[in-house]
Design a protein around this ligand. Structure first.
Ligand SMILES: Nc1ncnc2c1ncn2[C@@H]1O[C@H](COP(=O)(O)OP(=O)(O)O)[C@@H](O)[C@H]1O
Ligand SMILES: [Mg+2]
Length: 339
């Protein structure tokens, strides 16, 4: 059974302008141990996909029109808040873009980490290595020890002292390390990281990515990494899903997709990445804009910008076609793999 299965997910978001169909048939299957990169231009629905898995899309304005999300076989859209709380921080860990919005400036690091650890231990005492009947004091002491060990793992020196500091006493990169430690404190099966390095300096970005990669390898974590950076995907991920305007247009193993992209949008994205070999002036951007999702087109959402567009593309959304080992492409031009 796949660890995470997003099946034909449709989400609408209401705003004062009307209801936008922001996710329009997202499909994604993640097996244990896979590291997925979810890429695409800003506004294509990457964050809402990640937030949907943790059931953190507020409703209203969000409304699921169709589809399912299954985590280890459990139907998440059918879960109530109590059941989701049990999963979050324990089986599903999350890291978000901006380290300043995630740590509460009013509380010491230790209080925030111990909170998360105790919460995780309340559903599974083994998280803290404690027997089921452990008392309150014993649990708090174990949570503090675990918090310190996690800070050490993410490379924070003098962790025992730093635990008692407030978030503002840490640099941006250090705060992001603390957030990674917090996301992993409950020993999750799935880690969702939404642009975890975008707010950081380039040199710090590289350190954080290296750290994440090491931790993921050590723990055999399954990851959904949201990023608009294809270089990050190439370095870190085993698989990639390319999103455009609320749909997954292409998915598969990173090496195969990057070597021979099957969707015109994937090709355009890859062509827009500069390399040392790119001649000056040869960098190709993608003309046009993402369609207005208040009134989305009836057919392929990429059609109006596509270099290979045909009249039939405007009729109906193209189905995702299996094009090879673990690969799909949602394009009328995709050649189905021989069965
Ligand atoms: N709270 C919200 N209310 C209304 N629309 C939203 C809200 N959050 C996101 N959206 C819209 O949903 C679309 C997808 O957003 P998002 O998932 O954040 O994109 P990405 O992470 O790929 O940049 C965007 O068009 C955005 O404007
Ligand atoms: Mg986002």
């Amino acid at each position: 059974m796949a660890l995470l299965e997003i099946d034909d997910l449709h989400l609408a978001m209401r705003s004062f302008e009307g209801e936008a169909h922001v996710l329009a048939g997202v499909n994604l299957t993640i097996e244990r141990g896979e590291i997925w990169g979810l890429v695409g231009e800003t506004g294509c629905g990457k964050s809402l996909t990640g937030l949907s898995v943790s059931r953190l899309v507020p409703s209203p304005p969000g409304r699921y029109l169709k589809g399912a999300i299954r985590f280890d076989g459990q139907d998440l859209l059918g879960c109530d808040e109590t059941a989701m709380r049990r999963l979050r921080g324990r089986r599903i860990g999350m890291i978000f873009q901006d380290p300043t919005t995630n740590l509460n400036p009013a509380f010491r690091i230790v209080d925030q980490m111990v909170d998360v650890a105790l919460h995780a231990a309340s559903t599974d005492p083994s998280v803290l290595g404690l027997p089921a009947g452990a008392g309150r004091g014993e649990r708090r002491a174990a949570a503090r020890r675990h918090a310190q060990a996690m800070l050490e793992r993410v490379g924070i020196r003098d962790a025992a002292q730093r635990l008692d500091d407030y978030p503002h006493q840490f640099s941006g990169g250090m705060r992001q390390r603390v957030l990674i430690a917090m996301a992993l404190i409950g020993r999750p099966d799935l880690l969702i990281a939404d642009e975890p390095t975008t707010a950081l300096d380039v040199s710090v970005q590289a350190q954080i990515l290296r750290l994440l990669y090491g931790l993921v390898q050590e723990d055999g974590l399954t990851v959904l990494m949201i990023t608009h950076n294809l270089g990050v995907v190439a370095q870190l991920c085993s698989h990639v899903a390319v999103m455009y305007a609320g749909t997954v247009v292409e998915a598969g193993p990173v090496r195969d997709v990057f070597k021979a992209p099957g969707h015109p949008y994937t090709r355009a994205l890859l062509a827009a990445v500069p390399s040392a070999a790119t001649p000056r002036g040869a960098l190709r951007g993608l003309a046009g804009v993402v369609p207005n999702l208040l009134h989305p087109p009836a057919g392929c959402r990429f059609a109006s910008r596509c270099a290979a567009v045909m009249p039939t593309c405007f009729a109906a959304p193209p189905p995702a076609v299996p094009v090879g080992e673990g690969r799909t492409v949602a394009c009328l031009l995709a050649q189905p793999a021989e069965a």
